[in-house]
Design a binder for this molecule. Structure first.
Ligand code: AMP
Length: 444
C-alpha cells in the first residue's frame, strides 16, 4: 500500500472493542456508584492489578484445556525481553497472584473487589465483546458456606438496587477433587458409548476435561448431556453438608434458586459451590455473571493453602438489562452553569467568577475561544444551551460597568416565566445561584 493510500485509510477502533461515549457515561456512573456502594457496605476492599500479566499465570490458573487458554487469549512476546505476556482474560488468577506476592493473607482472610476491562478473542456479537468489563469479588481465606451465601446475597442486593427483574440464580456443587475423579471415570465411560455422535469440541474434551462436555451448547448433544451421570450423586458427606449449608442460608435470606446439575463453569479452578445468574432478556448471551469456590487455586499458584470463593459479573450485559428494563438513571451530562462573556475585561472577570462558583460547589463551563475571534452572545448562548447547563451567566460591558451579572435559566418551562433574564450584584452571584440550583434540583 502506498504511503498516500495508507494516510487516506479510515482509522477505526479494533473489532469487538467498544468506545464508551459521553452519552453512555450516565449509565456507567449509575452502575459503578451502585455497585461500589454495595461492595463497601459488605466490607470489601478495592484492588487494582495490571492489565498485562505473564502468560504462565493464566495457563496455570485457568487451566490448559479451557476455551480461554486454548483459543481466546491476546498473548504476545515482549520484544524487549522475549517474555510471553497476556492481556488479562479474567481477574481471579491475577488477584490471587497479587495476594500471594504481597502476602495479603498474613493477618487473616481478605474480602476484595475489582472492576475493569478484560480481553478475550471471541466472535463479537450482542453481549459478547473482545474488550468487556467485569466487576468481581474475591473472598480469600474463607471456608464457607457462609461466605458463599454472602457473595450471592451481594448480587441479589445489586439487582434490587438497580431495579432489575428476571435474573435467576442457578446453583451446583462440583465437590472435591476425588469426587470429581470418581464421577469422571463413569462420565468418560458413558460418553464413549456415544462417541460417534459427539462433535469435535466434545471429542477433544472427552479425555482432557469431560465435565465441560456437559456444558455443551450444541442442541444435538443436549439429550446425551442431560442423561449423563450426575456429579452430585458422587458427592460425599462433607461436600453435601457444604452444599446443603449454602442452600439453607440462601433460603433463610429469601433467595430463590434452582439446582442445575450440569452447571460446571468454563474455568478449571472451581470446586464445591458454583453458581450463575441468568436472564432470558438478552438473547443468546443470557449469563449475567457467575462464580463459586476455587479452594485449590491459591496453593496451585504457589501460595500457602487457603480456601477462597468469588464471582465476576459482565458489566456490559448488566447495562444492556438496565436499558432493556427502561430504568431511568440520573443524568451525569450537563453542568450547573455556562458562562458567556465578551471583551478582554469581561473574559478576565469570567475566570474569577467561574472559580468562585466552583469554590461554592457548582459545576461550571467557561466559554473559551481564541483572542482574535469575537463570538456573538447569540452564538455563545447556543453553545450554552447545547452544553446541557442549567443556567447561563452572562458577562458583558454593561454588566461589568454596574458590577452585576445576568443569569438566564436554560432548562425551565418557557411558559412559566422562570427563564426571564435576571440581574444580581456580582458579589451575590454564588449565593444566588446555589439557592436557585438547590431549590430546583435538590442537588445537595
Ligand atoms: P466468566 O469469567 O467467563 O465466568 O464470565 C463472567 C461474566 O462476564 C459472564 O457471565 C458475562 O456476563 C461476562 N462476560 C464474559 N465474557 C464476555 C464477553 N466476551 N463479552 C461480554 N461479557 C462477557
Amino acid at each position: 500500500m502506498t504511503e498516500k493510500k495508507r494516510n487516506l485509510e479510515r482509522l477505526t477502533g479494533v473489532k469487538g472493542m467498544n468506545d464508551i461515549l459521553p452519552r453512555d457515561v450516565s449509565l456507567w456512573f449509575f452502575f459503578e456508584k451502585t455497585v461500589t456502594s454495595i461492595l463497601h457496605s459488605y466490607g470489601y476492599q478495592n484492588i487494582r492489578t495490571p492489565i498485562l500479566e505473564y502468560t504462565s499465570l493464566f495457563r496455570r490458573g485457568i487451566g490448559e484445556v479451557t476455551d480461554i487458554v486454548e483459543k481466546e487469549m491476546y498473548s504476545f512476546i515482549d520484544s524487549l525481553n522475549g517474555k510471553k505476556l497476556t492481556m488479562r482474560p479474567e481477574n481471579t488468577a491475577a488477584i490471587v497472584r497479587a495476594a500471594i506476592e504481597h502476602n495479603l493473607l498474613y493477618d487473616g482472610p481478605k474480602r476484595l473487589w475489582y472492576i475493569g476491562p478484560m480481553f478475550r478473542h471471541e466472535r463479537p456479537q450482542r453481549g459478547r465483546y473482545r474488550q468487556f468489563h467485569q466487576v468481581g469479588v474475591e473472598a480469600l481465606g474463607f471456608k464457607g458456606p457462609d461466605i458463599d451465601a454472602e457473595i450471592i446475597l451481594m448480587c441479589q442486593r445489586l439487582w434490587g438496587d438497580l431495579n432489575l427483574t428476571g435474573i435467576r440464580l442457578e446453583l451446583n456443587s462440583l465437590g472435591h477433587k476425588q469426587e470429581r475423579a470418581a464421577h469422571r471415570d463413569q462420565l468418560i465411560a458413558y460418553l464413549e458409548r456415544y462417541i460417534e455422535l459427539l462433535d469435535d469440541d466434545s471429542k477433544h474434551r472427552l479425555y482432557t476435561n469431560p465435565l465441560r462436555v456437559l456444558d455443551t451448547k450444541n442442541p444435538a448433544l443436549q439429550d446425551i448431556a442431560a442423561n449423563a451421570p450426575k456429579l452430585i450423586d458422587f458427592l460425599g458427606n462433607e461436600s453435601l453438608a457444604h452444599f446443603e449449608g449454602i442452600q439453607s442460608l440462601l433460603s433463610e435470606n429469601n433467595i430463590t434458586f434452582t439446582i442445575n446439575p450440569r452447571l460446571v463453569r468454563g474455568l478449571d479452578y472451581y470446586n464445591m459451590t458454583v453458581f450463575e445468574w441468568v436472564t432470558d432478556k438478552l438473547g443468546a448471551q443470557g449469563t449475567v455473571g457467575g462464580g463459586g469456590r476455587y479452594d485449590p487455586l491459591i496453593n496451585q499458584l504457589g501460595g500457602k493453602p487457603a480456601l477462597a470463593c468469588g464471582w465476576a459479573l459482565g458489566v456490559e450485559r448488566i447495562l444492556e438489562l438496565i436499558r432493556e428494563d427502561q430504568i431511568v438513571v440520573p443524568s451525569e451530562e450537563g453542568c450547573d452553569v455556562y458562562i458567556v462573556h465578551q471583551g478582554a475585561a469581561a473574559r478576565s472577570f469570567a475566570f474569577v467568577v467561574a472559580e468562585q462558583l466552583r469554590d461554592a460547589g457548582l459545576d461550571v463551563i467557561l466559554h473559551c475561544s481564541s483572542d482574535d475571534v469575537l463570538v456573538s452572545f447569540k452564538s455563545q448562548m447556543k453553545l450554552a444551551d447545547a452544553s446541557g447547563a442549567a443556567y447561563a451567566v452572562i458577562l458583558g460591558d454593561d454588566e461589568l460597568q454596574r458590577d452585576e451579572v445576568s443569569i438566564k435559566s436554560l432548562r425551565s418551562d418557557r411558559t412559566s416565566g422562570d427563564n426571564i433574564q435576571q440581574r444580581v450584584p456580582g458579589k451575590r452571584l454564588s449565593e444566588f445561584l446555589t439557592n436557585l440550583i438547590v431549590t430546583r434540583s435538590g442537588k445537595y
